[in-house]
Design a protein around this ligand. Structure first.
Ligand SMILES: C[S@@+](CC[C@H](N)C(=O)[O-])C[C@H]1O[C@@H](n2cnc3c(N)ncnc32)[C@H](O)[C@@H]1O
Length: 212
């Protein structure tokens, strides 16, 4: 049973990363239509918020893989002027939109259903966030997708990535460590904070821009 369950989990993980947008959408919608992700519905006080507030400068944020709207609704309303959340799951976005309405944030928050690998924003942002969503980017696409979204960061803007890379045994998961290496090699890292011994890491970075 455990072996069969593990195989299914691994297969789903691979499809969520390498499947077509349609397949990814179906898998995520199935999970968000049930109770699978209910446990992340309240993340008030999460470690990422202080980093966001610092780099937002009361400006704009693009949240890639926004899920059920935690950042859109838990980030202090005074910390930003506009928020765009992108997610591949309409079911997750339905929750995000409902919470936004209930919180009276409809004028500031907007949402788009898209695969972030092909999403083309129509503006530049102060912060572009991957919160617990970078896992679903194929390793070979990490640099290209960050280069693409770099064009949508303001000059003083920053990427914020929150992910748990620890393997829980004192080391780091290889694929996730490789993502961190890509970020550290290709970008200017401004902050790298580890929360707890095997807790999440928050990395803040911006593109290496040519000296003026
Ligand atoms: C673990 S949840 C994190 C949700 C939210 N960022 C948070 O921290 O509360 C990962 C989210 O990424 C979204 N996602 C995964 N792959 C995606 C893709 N290729 N394009 C857009 N969203 C994606 C999922 O639908 C899901 O909502």
């Amino acid at each position: 049973m455990q072996m069969a369950q593990r195989t299914i989990t691994v297969m789903r993980g691979l499809l969520k990363r390498y499947g077509s947008s349609k397949i990814k959408m179906a898998l995520w919608d199935q999970e968000f239509s049930g109770t699978h992700w209910d446990f992340i519905d309240d993340t008030a006080g999460d470690c990422v918020y202080a980093h966001l507030e610092k780099h937002l400068n009361k400006g704009s944020i693009l949240d890639l893989g926004c899920g059920p709207g935690n950042t859109a609704n838990e980030l202090a309303a005074s910390a930003y002027t506009s928020y765009v959340g992108v997610d591949i799951s309409e079911a997750a976005l339905a929750k995000a939109r409902k919470r936004t309405e209930e919180n009276g944030r409809s004028a500031k928050n907007s949402f788009a259903c898209s695969d972030f690998l092909s999403y083309r924003p129509s503006q530049q942002f102060d912060v572009i966030l991957f919160r617990e969503s970078m896992y679903h980017v194929p390793l070979g696409k990490v640099k290209p997708i960050l280069d693409h979204f770099s064009k949508h960061l303001k000059d003083e803007g920053a990427f914020v990535v929150r992910m748990s890379i620890s393997d829980g045994k004192g080391g780091n998961k290889q694929r996730l460590q490789a993502m961190v290496d890509i970020i550290e090699t290709g970008f200017n890292v401004l902050e790298k904070s580890q929360y707890g011994e095997s807790g999440p890491e928050v990395i803040v970075f911006r593109p290496k821009r040519p000296q003026r």
